[in-house]
Design a binder for this molecule. Structure first.
Ligand code: DX5
Ligand code: ZN
Length: 226
């Protein structure tokens, strides 16, 4: 079986060593990361707090890779301007977190960023049907957002397939991203189901090996299944 299109790997810094963030990001870049994925959490939409525009702006100075900013915050419209201003390239909002999803996506596009929409595991693909013509990226969460190192929810594989079918009809050029619990043992499955941007947190930033070696292992699993 052939791998559908070029697969992008987007390491999430959530499990990186924040005391050495610049080195960790440089190591992922050298190892062939395509994006740096930044998980912004507000303690309301998700039960965890991470960082905001200040850290995103600092990361901007550490790398030339596209910054893929995943906003797990309520009413994200309040902060879109700020996240765009500090150098985000892609801004993804959750369908569950904004009352006027179309407006949020339009605002992201108007700010000059790529617009992404994310859905939680419990949200149906149909919930974002109407906005698909307005997005550059769809993020299907494969764990409940809030924490790194969680277990991949197996039923999400079929959901990725359903999402890809709907996207082929309504936004064939948009990327399908998956996030949560992706490791060498399941990366090929999500790719064959239709995902082409893969967020990888604990499988890249861990104490088992270097980010470059971990990224190489993920690529190897994709190649072996090609
Ligand atoms: C979860 C975050 C993910 C997470 C992925 O809420 O959106 O980006 O950091 O981490 P792993 O790959 O460890 O599940
Ligand atoms: Zn994320």
């Amino acid at each position: 079986m052939k791998i559908p299109k070029p697969i992008k790997l987007a390491p999430s810094i959530l499990t990186a060593d924040f005391g050495h963030l610049a080195e960790q990001i440089a190591a992922a870049e050298v190892g062939g990361a395509d994006y740096i994925h930044l998980d912004v959490m507000d303690g309301c939409f998700v039960p965890n707090i991470t960082f905001g525009p200040l850290v995103v702006g600092a990361v901007r100075k550490m790398t030339s890779l596209p910054l893929d900013v995943h906003l797990m915050i309520d009413a994200p419209d309040r902060y879109l301007n700020e996240f765009a201003g500090v150098g985000s390239d892609i801004i993804t909002v959750h369908a569950e977190a904004t009352a006027h999803l179309h407006r949020s996506l339009q605002q992201i596009t108007m700010l000059g960023c790529k617009a992404g929409v994310a859905i939680n595991p419990a949200t149906s693909v149909e919930a974002i049907h109407e906005v698909l013509p307005f997005v550059d990226q769809v993020l299907v969460m494969t764990v409940n957002p809030g924490f790194g190192s969680q277990r991949f929810i197996e039923t999400m594989t079929a959901k990725i397939r359903r999402m890809r079918r709907l996207m082929d009809e309504l936004c064939p050029l948009a990327d399908l991203q998956v996030d949560g619990g992706i490791h060498p043992n399941n990366i090929a499955d999500v790719v064959y189901s239709g995902a082409n941007v893969i967020v990888v947190g604990s499988s890249v930033f861990n104490d088992k090996d270097t980010p470059a070696a971990n990224l190489a292992l993920l690529r190897q699993h994709l190649a072996e299944n090609d």
